[in-house]
Design a protein around this ligand. Structure first.
Ligand code: SAH
Length: 359
């Protein structure tokens, strides 16, 4: 019988074990395969030296292992590395390695493009091309960990690359399960941060997950009018609904929700904005991460001066809100927040882009 091979990279352990059993292979070999693929970064079945020759042959006939292919690896002066990865269907995504922040961090994509169309984000200008599969999401981590020599070292993962993770919920959570498997990379959910525009049903689902990552919410504005203009999904999930979901979100001891706030010069960076932000977060276990805009061609906003950024941060700090200012990393190679867009990808036409900008 001719069955098309199954992609091992798309299976979590709970799926791999019965898939092996159905082919007459004992379940415990699933852990061995996971160890090779995730822990040792080996995807060539012939190199899995503790599997018997017969077993390797069976596995080779019935399974493949698909891994995103590195087609670009640019290094920034500050040590940041931007990887351009090509998927099996030729689509490209970007993933970024940020060293010493103070830990090692991989910034991973969850979609090709993004449907959220935030007014200051380049990825948003691409529109959504497609969701990434769980194997493609976890595959980025495999590729980056191998390329940076970190397969055996702890690292953090931030789901802050291209795409909206809660708009690709199932695959994102499955990827986290695959990365968490103890015989593989064993990534603790405490080392993972999921960043979202705030899709309320997704937040509610996430609140019930057994493997719960840290949560970051992209707020960016303090009134619904302004937030809808900057982050269009706000029309459907306005500030009050998002903040309510945050209040209900189960937090571990000492942990807090991070609120990201992109500072746009003269738009959302005034002292009144800062004071409104303090009020909005008053009864939430929150910390704020300010992100001075990373400007890009086609983005109709400016980065505020350091003085404006400091003044905004000071108002929060004076009201006892923990605040940090995100250092921009990798801007010289366009690897910074909101600068991920694959050149030559499915771009919107100039007219469509203008329409987006004029809204
Ligand atoms: N879709 C998710 C994750 C993607 S981006 C989310 O919206 O949270 C991670 C962060 O970078 C978000 O807070 C996003 O708003 C921010 N960002 C997007 N474009 C930016 C830009 N040009 N400059 C600075 N930050 C930007």
């Amino acid at each position: 019988m001719n069955r098309s091979p199954i992609d091992l990279a798309e299976l979590d352990l709970a799926e791999l074990e019965p898939a092996l059993e159905a082919r007459g292979v004992e379940r415990f070999h699933a852990r061995q395969l996971y160890r090779w693929i995730y822990k040792h970064g080996v995807t060539d079945i012939d190199r899995m030296s503790d599997l018997s020759r017969t077993l390797r042959e069976t596995v080779k006939t019935d399974f493949t292992v698909t891994t995103p292919r590195t087609v670009g690896d640019e290094r920034s002066l500050d040590g940041t590395r931007k990887f351009v990865l090509e998927l099996a269907d030729g689509k490209r995504i970007e993933a970024v390695f940020i060293p010493d922040t103070p830990s090692m961090t991989f910034c991973i994509s969850t979609q090709v493009g993004c449907a959220m169309s935030c007014g200051f984000c380049l990825t948003g200008k691409m529109g959504l091309v497609r969701n990434l599969t769980a194997g493609e999401i976890a595959g980025q981590v495999r590729v980056l960990a191998a390329a940076t020599g970190l397969l055996d070292h702890p690292f953090n993962i931030v789901l802050m690359g291209m795409g909206e993770p809660l708009h690709n919920y199932e695959n994102t959570m499955k990827a986290l399960r695959m990365l968490h498997a103890e015989h593989g990379l064993a990534v603790s959910p405490r080392r993972v941060t999921l960043s979202t525009v705030g899709i309320v049903p997704g937040l509610e689902r996430l609140a019930r997950e057994p493997l719960m990552p840290n949560l970051a919410v992209s707020l960016h504005a303090t009134t619904d009018e302004q937030r809808t203009a900057l982050v269009p999904p706000n029309r459907k999930y306005p500030l009050a609904a998002i903040l309510d979901a945050c209040r209900r979100f189960p937090l571990k001891k000492r942990s807090r929700i991070t609120f990201e706030y992109v500072l746009l010069d003269g738009v959302n960076d005034t002292p009144e904005d800062a004071r409104r932000l303090v009020k909005l977060l008053a009864d939430i276990k929150a910390k704020v991460n300010l992100i001075p805009l990373n400007p890009a061609p086609g983005i109709p906003y400016e980065r505020p001066s350091d003085e404006r950024v400091d003044r905004f941060a000071q108002i929060l700090a004076d009201r006892h809100i923990t605040v940090s200012v995100r250092k921009s990393r990798g801007r010289d190679i366009r690897a910074a927040c909101g600068q991920l867009i694959v050149e030559g990808g499915t771009k919107k036409s100039a007219a469509q882009q203008m329409a987006l900008l004029m809204r």
